[in-house]
Design a protein around this ligand. Structure first.
Ligand code: GLV
Ligand code: MN
Ligand code: MN
Length: 411
């Protein structure tokens, strides 16, 4: 079958169920889980079919390489992990389209002046460990060794989890690529928002990716008997957390439109109906196109949570999980991608990404571009996520043209 966006979508559908999911009847493919390991094997087969050699790097990323006339490579990438009960296209579609770009070259017996490397990143979502983009940050050399001291909800450390792929923890940072050996970075991804659909456009060109902060908050009260602790005397960590979460919502709502703050995960301990909650941990994710807006929100959240905890006699710990700066795409790469989109007969709609992407860790080290693909009703991080195969095919056409234009510049 010739290279096509239709096949890319079909392959995402294949990856959306067991054995490529750890959820029995929903999609959940966390980093280094059995579904991820199975997906690596399957995607490696597809890469081989497309004429690539493959390897698994020190961080557990699958890397397919199609040689060019020189060693330097253009990376085409996205991620193959998913959120819990996620959709099938967030991440894998970009990887599958990268494979299709190479399949088209291979079918035509064509070699470029540069190599193409398709990366299937293992951790973008942070759905297993309390940190996101561990594996792309390792490749971009944008990670501190201390960030690797993470443990999942079952108490498994990253070091222990890497055993799933027989990878020695000590080498993790060895996944780093020397930027001088890169031509640039290209990622295609579903938009995960409603703008393109509302404007009747299949594709968009990303100008920048919003800045992110993620925290893990622990509120500590005193666990006790639900029947004997009077309302006035108890120290309930969960009611404190409830007040905190409403305050976070209020603070973010008062900011500009692109400021968003989300508490998406909470663990209540000890978690019994007849015990006053003694300990609550929850996540906070804050984003904005402007770091100053995001940081002002974070400062206000910190001040308000401190007041709430003090007022209730509750212990408070706010731990920074990650800080990703706003990431502008490369103007030269954006221009090439815009020309490629326009050649397909639609305007090159420029768009800021509120969602985080692996691309953001590459913007500081190599020219980076991102292509957005319309998705149904803007829904993502949800099993209802859906994309038209014809839109994925339009994306493939634009990506292939982008590569041609890059080749013409490079020669
Ligand atoms: C990834 O999907 C993120 O934006 O958190
Ligand atoms: Mn996602
Ligand atoms: Mn994604």
């Amino acid at each position: 079958m010739v290279a096509s966006g239709f096949r890319a979508v079909e392959r995402c559908d294949i990856l959306g169920v067991a054995p490529f999911s750890d959820g029995p009847d929903f999609l959940f493919r966390p980093y280094l889980g059995p579904g991820h390991v199975a997906a690596i094997r399957q995607v490696a087969d597809w890469m081989h079919e497309a004429g690539m050699t493959t390897r698994i790097d020190a961080a557990g990323n699958l890397v397919g390489r199609y040689e060019g006339h020189v060693d330097k490579a253009l990376i085409i990438a996205s991620h193959i992990d998913s959120v819990r009960d996620g959709g099938k296209y967030d991440g894998p579609l970009g990887v599958m389209l990268g494979i299709e770009c190479v399949a088209a070259l291979h079918d035509g017996g064509r070699r470029l002046p540069f190599a193409i490397e398709v990366y299937a990143f293992g951790d973008e979502e942070g759905s297993r460990f309390p940190a996101a983009m561990l594996t792309s940050r390792a490749v971009a050399g944008q990670i501190e060794p201390s960030a690797l001291e993470v443990t999942d909800r079952e108490g498994v450390t990253l070091m222990e989890a890497l055993i799933a792929l027989d990878l020695p923890f000590a080498n993790f940072l060895g996944a780093r690529r020397d930027p001088s050996n890169l031509i640039g970075y290209l990622e295609a991804h579903i938009e995960q928002g409603p703008v393109l659909e509302a404007e009747g456009l299949a594709l968009g060109v990303v100008t920048a990716i919003a800045a992110q902060l993620r925290f893990e908050v622990t509120m500590t009260g005193v666990a006790g008997h639900a029947g004997t602790n009077s309302m006035a005397l108890r120290k309930d960590a969960l009611t404190a957390a409830a007040e905190a979460i409403l305050a976070i919502e209020r603070i973010a709502r008062a900011g500009p439109d692109d400021l968003v703050a989300t508490v998406g995960r909470m663990v209540v301990g000890p978690g019994a109906p007849n015990v006053v909650p003694g300990r609550v941990t929850f996540s906070i994710d804050i984003r904005s196109g402007a770091e100053s807006v995001r940081d002002a929100c974070a400062a206000e959240v910190r001040r308000t949570l401190t007041e709430i905890a003090a007022g209730r006699g509750i212990g408070l710990d706010i731990h920074l999980v990650h800080d990703l700066p706003a990431s502008p795409c490369d103007s030269g790469f954006m221009a090439l991608l815009s020309e490629a989109v326009e050649a397909g007969g639609q305007p090159a709609r420029q768009i800021v990404s509120g969602a985080g992407h692996d691309a953001m860790v590459f913007t500081g080290i190599t020219p980076t571009a991102m292509l957005f693909i319309r998705c149904k009703d803007g829904i993502s991080h949800n099993p209802l996520e859906s994309v038209e195969a014809s839109d994925a095919d339009a994306a493939l056409t634009a990506m292939r043209l982008f590569i041609d234009k890059l080749e013409a510049k490079y020669v």
